[in-house]
Write a protein that binds this ligand. Sequence first.
Ligand code: FAD
Length: 305
Amino acid sequence: MTTALSKSASPEIKLSFEFFPPKTPEAETLLFETAAKLGRYAPGFVSVTYGAGGSTKAPTLNTVARLIRETPLSTAAHLTCVDATKEEVNSVIEEFRSVGVRHFVALRGDGAGGVGSAYQPHPGGYENAADLVSGLRSIDDFEISVSAYPEKHPESPDVPADIDMLKRKVDNGATRALTQFFFDNDDFERYLERVRARGINIPIVPGILPVHNLAQVQKFASLCGAGVPKWLAERLGPIDDKPEERAAAAIEIATKQVTDLIRRGIDELHFYTMNRAPLVSAVCDLAGFAKNERVEAVRSAGAAA
Ligand code: FAD
């Protein structure tokens, strides 16, 4: 399929991998093993999530500091501004900066009730992610990524309002958007066309979630406004309690998704890893990302189709 997306295509596929801060020493060991395994795909960066309201400040900071100190991976820190004053958020930014962070994923975060709960800006805080981007920009020349929602954020009244918020984030200095996970590439492509039509030209990087557990993904998707297509539920539902079959199917589904995105001209992908390597590395191997050797072949086949 030839689309407006193809114009910016480049032969190199840039990858990034998202982790969450581990809660136990065992989980920390697993995360660092995962980072080492995924490091062989030469990601542009990895990122570590940050609990809303600063709930994971210490573990996020420790994980990010260790990744910077002990691995060659360029590491971004997620940062939320919910439930904190500007001074509190700025001092967290300073802490991250002091351990070598040069790239933030700037987010508003969810209200105290968790995903889907009503959001109240802190009276002395950053109002939303766009405001946080301005704050970061005023502190240093950081690389700043932000979120984007191909299927609309659940709090947005409509898609144009959602894209307006993305525009504000970009106008304030964001240089890349990472999307919420999605499973229907047509949804993403429609969204991208609207984003480009709104004059937003930064990379909009698809968020890819290889499904580790369908029931969990369905639960999370219903809270964050992402759709789980019927075909996906029908394929994975009957095998959700059969880990090996489920993993094989999840790998096949995610590989098809990324291969199709590449054919449509996408050249950056952000993987939600769940801190585990097997599914993500299998997808990367099958899609040819170990050396990027198959990417051109996939593209050429797409152009000829
Ligand atoms: P914003 O971009 O500020 O807003 C999201 C949408 O809500 C906007 O598009 C806008 O349309 C609407 N909106 C915002 N304010 C208003 C308003 N005043 N009136 C009307 N509509 C409004 N959460 C975490 O806690 N930690 C993380 O590390 C984390 N990482 C994430 C990484 C990615 C790639 C993504 C996609 C999400 C992540 N989240 C994380 C989830 C995110 O915090 C939630 O989706 C949150 O609800 C919104 O944060 P945001 O930065 O997207 O908000």
